[in-house]
Design a protein. Structure first.
Length: 230
């Protein structure tokens, strides 16, 4: 069970360029209702009393953070991101003073619609395997051949789509990412690095509106979801 005193540090990778978004700037700096996507995302985390600090990894040459007043507050710390999302997360983890005693919540900068109830349910998990928010697959899932024909239909009942936040002990995640780098294993989320080390992170069913803004059409959807939660 979660104790009220358990505190969490959030690491937010925000060093991507948003190539699929095809906007004039990285998607975390696009505006929804007068605020950047990044500000919406950080607000969802800052609103939770158990989140004591947020480490945001931004690209080394990124001109935007210096212009954004909301980043200048005691709970937010900036660090330099890397060439991949996993490297950006790792750089964030390196800013944590005592990882053995810290639980870390990794959350994409591009997911501004995180819901408080989902976050609460994730934070209830107190297990060194860790836990992630995810949604069960709703569409029928096909595996393709190289010629893009259907090879077979997968059993959907056991398939989940991973979201963030993802919750782990900071020292275990840091070690897992290090091992993934050494083995040349490409990790698209934190859980996959932990899986590589033999951990079995818990799947916490989240809401489908916790979308990652990825393609141009996603911005209007995020705007709609955020307008309902105001
Ligand atoms: N990210 C990061 N460092 C990278 C690449 C991605 O911190 N080198 C972050 C992004 O800023 C985003 C999150 O990881 O918040 C999820 O990545 P994704 O949706 O793939 O964002 P981008 O890489 O920016 O987009 P794209 O893949 O379309 O270029
Ligand atoms: Mg990417």
């Amino acid at each position: 069970m979660n104790t009220p005193l358990r505190q969490f540090i959030a690491v937010v990778p925000a060093a991507g360029v948003g190539s699929r978004m095809q906007a004039g700037k990285p998607k975390q700096y696009l505006e929804i209702q007068g605020k950047t996507v990044l500000e919406h995302t950080l607000n969802a985390l800052l609103a939770h009393p158990a989140v004591s600090k947020i480490i945001v990894a931004v690209a080394p040459d990124d001109p935007y953070p210096a212009q954004l007043a909301f980043l200048r507050q005691p709970k937010i710390q900036l660090t330099t991101g890397g060439d991949t999302r996993a490297q950006s997360v790792f750089n964030g983890l390196c800013q944590i003073d005592s990882p053995q005693n810290t639980w870390v919540l990794v959350h994409d900068a591009a997911r501004p619609c995180l819901n408080r109830q989902d976050l609460n349910r994730l934070l209830e998990i107190d297990d060194e395997n860790g836990a992630i928010l995810a949604v069960p697959a709703v569409d029928t899932v096909k595996r393709a051949t190289e010629q893009q024909q259907i090879q077979r239909t997968e059993d959907r009942s056991r398939l989940w789509l991973a979201q963030t936040p993802q919750l782990f002990r900071a020292d275990l995640l840091k070690h897992a990412l290090q091992q993934a780098f050494v083995q040349g294993f490409s990790v698209t989320d934190e859980a996959s690095a932990m899986e590589l080390m033999g951990f079995r992170p818990h799947l916490v069913a989240g809401r489908g509106d916790n979308i990652k803004i990825t393609r141009p059409e996603d911005l209007a959807l995020a705007e709609f979801y955020l307008s309902r939660t105001l």
